[in-house]
Design a protein around this ligand. Structure first.
Ligand SMILES: C[S@@+](CC[C@H](N)C(=O)[O-])C[C@H]1O[C@@H](n2cnc3c(N)ncnc32)[C@H](O)[C@@H]1O
Length: 187
């Protein structure tokens, strides 16, 4: 992440926006069930809120230093794994829900994003749900990623990409500069 991201994603302002707006919108109508995996928690703005919404929370963060920081701060509330959301190494059919927020555009290629969708599908139990949100391409969104990975997902392509990963009951929706989705692994 570039410096702007580091400052923004670790700020109280971002934590408040996540808690009050983004996460409630992204997870409206989503039943997290008993065991949740979050991919790409970053500084933990969503983790902090999710830990009170699900009985068991596991997080996979690719940035080892960030994962260590999360472990120190939230290690008693969640299991923090230093790893890659496209290949977690976690067992098949282990979670009732997989979520990710504001991170898909940091996955550098479409095939890797598709691999992340396939990985979410693999680790979900039958009947489990994959849900989350991400920004939508715009000039402003592009500019804040100067010097950083920028590979936004197009909302009109997302339903087919999720179906190709195996999901059913796919729902994708946009509001302002954001998209949210939920998709189910058949029971
Ligand atoms: C912009 S931050 C968002 C963090 C957090 N979800 C939030 O909303 O505040 C994106 C995060 O995704 C992580 N990330 C990117 N690719 C990943 C991958 N393949 N697996 C796990 N984490 C990843 C980055 O290291 C970074 O911490």
């Amino acid at each position: 992440m570039n410096m702007l991201h580091r400052v923004c994603c670790s700020s109280p302002l971002w934590a408040k926006a996540v808690e009050r707006e983004l996460l409630p919108w992204a997870l409206a109508g989503v039943d997290l069930g008993t065991s949740t995996l979050e991919i790409g928690p970053g500084y933990g703005a969503n983790l902090r809120v999710l830990a009170d919404k699900t009985p068991s929370l596991t997080c996979v963060e690719i940035d080892a230093a960030m994962a260590e920081r999360l472990r120190r701060k939230y290690g008693e509330r969640a299991r923090i794994i230093s790893g890659d959301g496209t290949a977690t190494g976690l067992p098949d059919a282990n979670f009732s829900s997989v979520v990710c927020f504001t991170m898909l555009h940091h996955v550098p290629t479409a095939p890797l994003q598709d691999q992340l969708f396939a990985e979410a599908f693999r680790v979900l139990r039958p009947g489990g749900v994959f849900a989350g949100s991400d920004g939508i391409h715009s000039l402003g969104f592009r500019l804040v990623h100067i010097g950083d990975t920028y590979n936004p997902v197009f909302p009109d392509e997302l339903p087919d990409r999720l179906r190709r990963a195996g999901f059913i009951d796919v729902f994708v929706d946009t509001k302002g500069g954001e998209q949210r989705w939920r998709a189910v692994k058949a029971a």
